[in-house]
Design a protein around this ligand. Structure first.
Ligand code: NAD
Ligand code: IPM
Ligand code: MN
Length: 362
């Protein structure tokens, strides 16, 4: 198989975790005889420094011409005080919007061998396996107006707005996913307060009639935040508004032991996707070879599955990660309270993953 992959490292640990992910992709390529043409582009702070904008035209064009995109992370203290249009995050939000990636899948699956890395009890984190489907191109992140006003700019406004069809699209995606899994969909909203949430709930109930095999429940976002740490096993697929999904996924990451473990896929109706870890540029550990690359590497596996239909290859990556963790190798973020595991560096971790690939006899 021949595919073009746009690679946007971004800032901070973005480059570090992507290096390892590309080694893994190269090993898949060699083992299975595929050809993945890697074309690098700039986004975020790196693009501001080189092109004066967080999302240069050529980066967007590159992504549009590619079959899939791998993205590291954007942001950092260097650009924190920039005006809003010259912030790294604006590049990421622009990319998602311009490419129409309305559904962000964030799988949360715990590894048996990482139970002691999570601050939660083993009985709580054991066998957790759910997916947060976060609406990604509307809601509070994109609604207009968003502005400062008043004589002394003493009023700040953000707008949580949805069109019905925007909710329908992402909710359909979530129902489809739930139909392929354990057939339970939890819709998370704040319908006791927000008008947009009341419409969200209405739409979920309407769309539900097309998926009679899927059980539907509605949860208010505050209660959902509690249940995520109280009884996370009850979840299969969660669908929610853009910012709710952002917050709940970082919370849920700690079930796995670290924010560095979570991958994501930003999708639309076709097979194209942007694949990135859930975490950010981690300025506190950047440049020191300390970051956990497994969220990024699992994002590569998601790309192989969703964009290229390469299920066996993706499975091999997931299994290799499982083996490496079972063998006790961990980056510092996973070292757990008792610190009994050898702490490995970012690049060593991706090397271990490649070493644990099973031979291909095909
Ligand atoms: P962060 O996700 O970068 O880091 C939060 C904490 O988790 C830090 O202590 C960090 O060291 C740790 N962490 C994150 N990823 C890790 C990994 N792979 N391995 C080990 N530890 C890891 O969030 P933040 O510090 O709030 O934000 C820093 C910058 O990143 C900000 O500019 C923010 O806007 C940006 N950000 C970008 C993305 C993205 O590009 N998708 C996501 C979140 C935050
Ligand atoms: C994420 C990040 C982004 C978001 C930021 C960097 C704009 O937190 O991908 O989760 O809020 O969507
Ligand atoms: Mn986030």
């Amino acid at each position: 198989m021949k595919k073009q992959v746009a690679v946007l490292p971004g800032d901070g640990i973005g480059q570090e975790v992507l290096n390892g992910a590309l080694d893994v992709l190269k090993a898949v390529e060699d083992q299975y005889g595929h050809e993945f043409e890697i074309v690098q582009g700039k986004i975020g702070g790196a693009a501001i420094d080189h092109h004066g904008t967080p999302l240069p035209r050529e980066t967007l064009d590159l992504c549009k011409q590619s079959d899939a995109v791998l993205l590291g992370a954007v942001g950092g203290p260097k650009w924190e005080d920039n005006p809003v249009d010259l912030r790294p995050e604006k590049g990421l939000l622009g990319l998602r919007k311009e490419l129409g990636l309305f559904a962000n899948f964030r799988p949360v699956k715990t590894f048996e061998s990482l139970q002691d890395a999570s601050p939660m009890k083993p009985s709580v984190v054991k066998d957790v396996d759910f997916v947060i489907v976060r609406e990604l191109t509307s809601g509070l992140y994109f609604g207009e107006p968003r502005e400062r006003r008043g004589k002394n700019r003493e009023i700040a406004v953000d707008t949580l707005q949805y069109e019905k069809k925007e909710i329908e699209k992402v909710v359909h995606k979530a129902f489809q996913l739930a139909s392929e899994r354990r057939k339970k969909l939890t819709s998370v909203d704040k319908a006791n307060v927000l008008e947009s949430s009341r419409m969200w709930r209405e739409v979920v109930n309407e769309v539900a009639t097309e998926y009679p095999t899927v059980e539907v429940e509605h949860l208010l976002v505050d209660a959902a935040a509690m249940k995520l740490v109280y009884q996370p096993k009850q979840f299969d697929v969660i669908v929610t508004e853009n910012m709710f999904g952002d917050i709940l996924s970082d919370e849920a990451s700690m079930l796995t032991g670290s924010l560095g473990m979570l991958p994501s896929a930003s999708l639309r109706e076709d097979t194209f996707g942007v694949y990135e870890p859930v975490h950010g540029s981690a300025p506190d550990i950047a440049g020191r070879n300390l970051a956990n690359p497994l969220g990024m590497i699992q994002s590569v596996a998601m790309m192989l599955r969703h964009s290229f239909g390469l299920h066996e290859e993706a499975e091999m990556i997931d299994q290799a990660i499982n083996e490496v963790l079972k063998a006790g190798y961990r980056t510092g973020d996973l070292s757990g309270h008792e610190k009994i595991h050898p702490v490995v560096k970012t690049d060593e971790m991706s090397d271990f993953v490649v070493e644990h690939f099973t031979p291909n006899y095909a």
